[in-house]
Design a protein around this ligand. Structure first.
Ligand code: 5IU
Length: 241
């Protein structure tokens, strides 16, 4: 099923918008903008914003992030990408809801763990991407956890799920599957990150491929992002549509 069709069957607003955007721009690439300062994040977003459908942020790992939220929103509008704050909320619903207040003025959607149960996801509203699985080796997200996390998201019409691209996904087409842990040339890092190639990710059912160091740490991030974009979109066309 193509993204135009999936946008029409999705019940979640952010998912519908993202599917439409992907179809229009023909890109499944997201940048994990894990740079050190707000200035650098804004700079790379301006440079490669045309190639991505999602900019994934960690607002608490970037200095002076508060100063660029308006600029990122404007860039998203001009260049056509959505902003996913990878906050991974995990507290009780009431606290997660309070923490969200500082984020939802500029982010289109946020990530949350399912560990605290349905109440936390419910408290965060609809625009939530549930972390059902992680890419770090030794992660505690086993098959049973993943299944329960997906059930919560399905019952609440959440935007979608973060899943490990090394495993096959079995998720209803109404939901967006996001996968980090994607890199052409590296197999991992010194803390246990694991990577697969974009083509493996697409074969396994990923919709949005999230690339961080593979792009921003490259000599020429603009060129690299075009490579990731092209390889993943043509794999989608060949293998899935
Ligand atoms: N990220 C992961 N694995 C996960 C989840 C999130 O790597 O399971 I959930 C984040 C961490 C980082 C990005 O922001 O995705 C991956 O960056 P690199 O491509 O630089 O490894």
């Amino acid at each position: 099923m193509g993204y135009a069709e999936r946008s029409s069957i999705a019940r979640n607003k952010a998912a519908r918008r993202l599917f439409r955007l992907m179809e229009g721009k023909q890109t499944s690439l997201a940048l994990a903008a894990d740079l050190v300062s707000g200035r650098e994040v804004a700079k790379i977003a301006g440079k490669i914003g045309n190639d991505i459908c999602v900019l994934k942020t960690h607002c608490d790992a970037v200095s002076r992030f508060g100063q660029i939220t308006g600029e990122l929103k404007d860039l998203g509008k001009d260049l056509g990408f959505m902003i996913l704050e990878d906050r991974k909320f995990a507290d009780i619903g009431e606290i997660s809801r309070r923490q969200l207040r500082f984020i939802n003025s500029w982010a289109d959607f946020v990530t949350a763990h399912a560990i605290a149960g349905k109440g936390t996801i419910e408290a965060l509203g609809k625009n939530v991407v549930i972390v059902a699985e992680m890419t770090q080796s030794g992660s505690l997200t086993n098959a049973g956890y993943r299944k329960r996390a997906i059930q919560i998201g399905e019952s609440l019409d959440s935007t979608g799920f973060v899943l490990n691209p090394a495993n096959k996904t079995h998720v209803n087409q109404k939901f967006v599957v996001f996968s980090p842990g994607i890199n052409f040339s590296s197999r991992g890092d010194s803390y246990g990150q694991t990577y697969v190639s974009p083509v493996t990710a697409i074969k396994n059912g990923t919709d949005v491929i999230i690339v961080g160091r593979g792009i921003y740490a490259a000599k020429n991030p603009a060129k690299k992002s075009k490579e990731y974009r092209k390889i993943s979109w043509s794999a989608l066309e060949k293998l899935r549509f």
